[in-house]
Design a protein around this ligand. Structure first.
Ligand SMILES: [Zn+2]
Length: 118
């Protein structure tokens, strides 16, 4: 279950991004973009995140996962389209020189932090 590794990485990055002058900072929300081909099951990631976030400033944080569709472009005829499964042949010219434009990302887009003392 590689979601646990991902959850721990998210927590590490989020904790590192908390400004040092916020002593009682709590992370409220982590916004993530996950490509459909990143092989991440959102339910598993939520589950692992809840476990891994215990006793961290992220223990009450929501994980907001935005799924990014897989987008493909043909290098021959330049059309772009969205697929639900990996496809490596152009649907128009049948060419095999297609490029994946999106679908593999796993990015933290933003983190919302609150200061409990404020
Ligand atoms: Zn083509």
């Amino acid at each position: 279950m590689h979601e646990m590794g991902i959850a721990m990485q998210i927590i590490e990055i989020a904790v590192a991004s908390i400004p040092a002058d916020l002593k009682n900072a709590q992370v409220k929300r982590v916004n993530l973009k996950v490509g459909k081909l990143a092989a991440v099951v959102p339910e598993s990631l939520h589950f692992c995140f809840q476990i891994a976030a215990q006793d961290t400033p992220l223990c009450d944080a929501d994980l907001n996962i935005e799924q990014i569709p897989v987008k493909i472009r043909c290098e021959n005829c330049n059309i772009e389209w969205v697929v639900h499964e990996p496809v490596f042949i152009c649907r128009r010219c049948n060419g095999g020189s297609v490029k994946m434009l999106s679908g593999r990302e796993l990015d933290i887009t933003s983190i919302e932090v609150v200061d409990k003392d404020a």
